[in-house]
Design a protein around this ligand. Structure first.
Ligand code: XMP
Length: 510
């Protein structure tokens, strides 16, 4: 068994980020819900316990509380934010509500030597705070090790008992020195040795899938994207040909993409069912120009086609999805948020088809999925594929969607991407693509007047697609791209460059 740090989740949006930081340090962690019994925690022989943040206030009558016996587990305990307040309350200190709330990056000043902050901790550093309550009286045996500019207690510790509290969040990148603090806790205080890595994750996940699925069948929709591909290869390792991968060609993919994607899936040994539904999609989209209508038509038809195929496979019990952690947070936090675009996925399917969900990547972040892809020997072409929207070129072919217009867009898009590759720029861009606009413009070719369509070039850089900056591409490269598109793609006589960031624009045009 690997060394474990137990993370008790009190409802913070950052809990998975704590686990992620520990994974980066090769330390295995287990996230347990706050209502877990101390006896269950002890069974896992933890090297340390972290109590996460959470939205409650410890002074409210129904606030989340943990089994106090957990503090007697005989290992170091670190409380973060709400976790620190809970630790304070359970060990006899006092927490005050609402008199000095702090949200955002705050300056922290060291007050004393600290095992947790470490010998190398700077005297002052920035840290992310997000709290309404604060510790107002220390429990016995604790000292204050740092404070904020407004005098709020930022960290406390009881070195004898190995109890530690941080009012700020060490797990987020906005906290300077945060990674070092978690490292100090795991290695110097809990004495972990770093005996775990992502390869162990692959092995244990493959075993878990095998045990859960047994001899039944699993179906999944493959799109060529990183997340769905990596999850399919993992499940294929566990249950082989009992995983049925349905690839629906909706006719809205890029140039030669369906063929290339199918080819690489076959090389990976996946059991792929190819469905060419392009004519059905084109027919359903005939005459439709409204972006939301396009999205709805594609989303619903995709589910219909997928369901028809999946029903042909007898004995299917599971639906595999490539959900990753940011998808989980987004769907949680989006409650009540304004609808910007209806994203296309197979969300309604599990209930409709009475299938159980399999989501092996649910706890991981995108870059971890890419690392995992490398560990399981997936080709670079899949691992580093730029994000591509579910509705495909439909949201980049503005106005009416016809086969001819899609072919024009495909040809221009292939030139744009290949020139970026030649200029060695493509791999550093988050997304680069062409958009076919619903306007015509006058031009001149040879001695004749032309009245043709317009292509917009869109290239952006981003960390998580929530915000984006347009990519500054060299003018000479742009010139080459524009010339090639106008010369080689019939019907195009004008190229424009999209220089808006997100916000106010979105990455896709529809
Ligand atoms: P926007 O255009 O909203 O896009 O700024 C953010 C990111 O999401 C991708 N995108 C989609 N991905 N299904 C997807 O799986 C969709 O329906 C969809 N629409 C947009 C977009 O390419 C960008 O990476």
């Amino acid at each position: 068994m690997h060394e474990n740090i137990i993370i008790i989740n009190c409802g913070s949006q950052f809990t998975q980020l704590i686990a992620r930081r520990l994974r980066e340090m090769k330390v295995h962690s287990v996230i347990l819900n706050w209502d877990i019994n101390a006896s269950e925690v002890l069974k896992l022989a933890p090297k340390g316990i972290i109590i996460s943040g959470g939205p409650d206030s410890v002074n409210e009558p129904d606030a989340i509380n943990i089994d106090p016996q957990i503090l007697n587990a005989g290992c170091p305990v670190l409380g973060i934010c709400y976790g620190m307040q809970l630790l304070t309350k359970l060990t006899g200190g006092q927490v005050s509500s609402g008199n000095a709330p702090e949200y955002g990056v705050t300056r922290i000043t060291k007050q004393a030597d600290s095992l947790l902050l470490g010998k190398t901790a700077p005297e002052e550093f920035n840290a992310l705070m997000s709290h309404g309550d604060n510790v107002s009286r220390l429990p016995e045996g604790f000292i204050i090790t740092s404070k904020t500019g407004s005098g709020v207690i930022a960290s406390i510790e009881n070195a004898a008992k190995k109890f530690f509290g941080l009012q700020f969040h060490p797990e987020v990148i906005h906290t300077e020195h945060g990674e070092k603090i978690i490292h100090n806790f795991a290695f110097d205080i809990c004495r972990c040795s770093g005996d775990w890595d992502l390869t162990d994750w692959v092995n244990s996940t493959v075993n878990d899938i095998r045990e859960r699925v047994k001899a039944s069948k699993v179906v999944c929709g493959l799109s060529g994207g990183v997340d769905s591909s990596v999850s399919a290869v993992l499940v294929n390792r566990a249950i082989g040909q009992n995983l049925y991968c349905v690839f629906v060609n909706h006719g809205l993919m890029r140039l030669n993409e369906p063929e290339a994607v199918i080819e690489s899936y076959k090389k990976l040994g996946l059991n792929v069912i190819y469905v060419d539904a392009s004519e059905r999609f084109l027919e359903a989209l005939k005459g439709v120009t409204d972006p939301e209508k396009k999205r709805h038509i594609i989303g619903h038809l995709f589910i219909d086609v997928f369901e028809e195929e999946a029903k042909k496979i007898q004995g299917t019990e599971f639906l595999l999805q490539g959900t990753i952690y940011p998808d989980v947070i987004e769907s949680g936090s989006k409650k009540g948020a304004a609808l910007i675009k209806s994203h296309h996925n197979v969300g309604g399917l599990p209930e409709k088809m009475n299938l159980k969900l399999l989501e092996p990547l649910r706890d991981l972040f995108k870059d971890e999925v890419r690392k995992l892809g490398k560990i399981i020997d997936m080709p670079e072409s899949i691992i580093n594929r730029q994000p591509f929207p579910g509705p495909g070129l439909a949201v980049r072919c503005l106005g009416e969607i016809t086969k001819a217009r899609l072919d024009t867009l495909r040809a221009a898009d292939a030139i744009f991407r290949s020139e970026l590759q030649k200029a060695n720029l493509y791999q550093d861009i988050w997304q680069a693509f062409c958009v076919l606009l619903p306007v015509k413009s006058v031009g001149v070719m040879g001695d004749s007047r032309t009245y043709n369509e317009v292509i917009a070039l869109r290239a952006i850089n981003s960390q998580d697609a929530m915000t984006a900056e347009f990519t500054r591409i060299d003018y000479d490269v742009l010139d080459k791209i524009a010339k090639r598109i106008c010369n080689e793609v019939p019907c195009i006589n004008r190229i424009v460059l999209d220089i808006t960031s997100k916000p106010p624009a979105t990455i896709e045009w529809e």
